[in-house]
Design a protein around this ligand. Structure first.
Ligand SMILES: C[S@@+](CC[C@H](N)C(=O)[O-])C[C@H]1O[C@@H](n2cnc3c(N)ncnc32)[C@H](O)[C@@H]1O
Length: 322
């Protein structure tokens, strides 16, 4: 494992979070094959858990990707494209990154993992059916983001996963608002209205969720060393995401769905949940006396999507969907 490279990459990624797009770094930062391999094995795999969580939800909801080419843009080592190919067998995976070593690495990994898959480098003017984006938004200049949104507008569907920080989430919300003219929002929003986070008073909040981390990670010595060396908490892997589709809807969306933002906060006898639904982002209260089983289940394993029975800001009952 190239620990020095991982430390350097982490510092760089944290610095990207602090900068505005105008100050984005325009240079290729991947230095060596060992750096790419170390990233893919650690940070990349951790990003893979975020993708698994998103893809599991989409599968549960019966969403399937459009047929045709999948483009993993800003692919790095290609974890996102591979996770998508794992979730739904694909015929053609296109890869694009300003870094040629990263593109080559991603192509080799994808070919090894999926021998039947056609893996190609994307042409500049390609128009994929499915556009896959992962952890790129903080590295883009405003011009690069504009070009990317132009590419997104040509796709049938977009799957986009970013870190679960205030900065990244707010950027992704701005993208959603732009692209909603052409696309239907599939997730995370359980409604088609403007993002409730943009309502006055919600400035301090951001739309983030937590990945389902595989159990073995907490006892695996290798992951333990990674967590300790890089001071990363592996039990909490926040992310933000966006799924857009412009194919005609097969079924009307369920208007009673609600998305939990972050995780519920538990107190003695009740929990508070920041919940997003058709009537906006609201702080709801779940009292133990109203729905003891729901509160208990939520404490044990907080879900991300629910159908609440509500009275104003009070949750009287509900059912977990995911
Ligand atoms: C943090 S890495 C994420 C890589 C991968 N998508 C993942 O989730 O692991 C960001 C990637 O975006 C690429 N990138 C940054 N700016 C780019 C641009 N303007 N055009 C193409 N690729 C870019 C970088 O080279 C890097 O590989």
């Amino acid at each position: 494992m190239n620990w020095n490279a991982l430390r350097r990459l982490r510092e760089r990624f944290l610095a990207f979070e602090q900068r505005s797009g105008a100050e984005a770094d325009r240079t290729d930062y991947w230095r060596s094959h060992s750096e790419l391999a170390s990233y893919d094995f650690t940070f990349g795999e951790r990003i893979g858990w975020k993708w698994d969580t998103v893809l599991d939800e989409l599968k549960l909801r019966g969403w399937t990707p459009p047929e045709g080419a999948v483009l993993d843009w800003g692919c790095g080592t290609g974890v996102a494209g591979r996770r998508v190919a794992q979730a739904w067998p694909q015929q053609r995976l296109l890869l694009s990154d300003r870094s040629h070593p990263a593109q080559n690495f991603a192509a080799a990994r994808a070919r090894a993992a999926f021998p039947g898959l056609t893996v190609q480098f994307a042409a500049a003017d390609c128009a994929p059916e499915l556009l896959v984006l992962s952890h790129v938004i903080n590295e883009l200049t405003p011009e690069a983001l504009e070009r990317l949104l132009g590419l997104a507008s040509k796709a049938q569907a977009v799957l986009w996963v970013e870190p679960g920080t205030h900065e990244s989430s707010r950027k992704l919300i701005a993208v959603r608002e732009r692209l909603l003219a052409r696309f239907r929002g599939i997730a995370p929003c359980p409604h088609a209205a403007a993002c409730g986070m943009l309502a006055p008073g919600n400035e301090r909040h951001w739309c983030h969720h937590f990945a389902r981390v595989p159990g073995y990670v907490h006892t695996d010595p290798g992951w333990g060393r990674f967590a300790q060396t890089l001071e990363i908490d592996l039990s909490s892997v926040p992310f933000s995401f966006l799924v857009l589709d412009r194919r005609p809807a097969l079924a009307a969306p369920c208007s009673r769905e609600a998305r939990v933002i972050g995780v519920p906060r538990h107190y003695k006898g009740y929990a508070k949940v920041l919940s997003c639904q058709a009537d906006g982002v609201k702080e709801l209260v779940l009292q133990k006396r109203d729905a003891p089983e729901l509160l208990k289940a939520m404490k044990k394993a907080p879900g991300s999507l629910y159908q609440w029975e509500r009275e104003g800001e009070k949750i009287r009952g509900g059912e977990r969907i995911f």
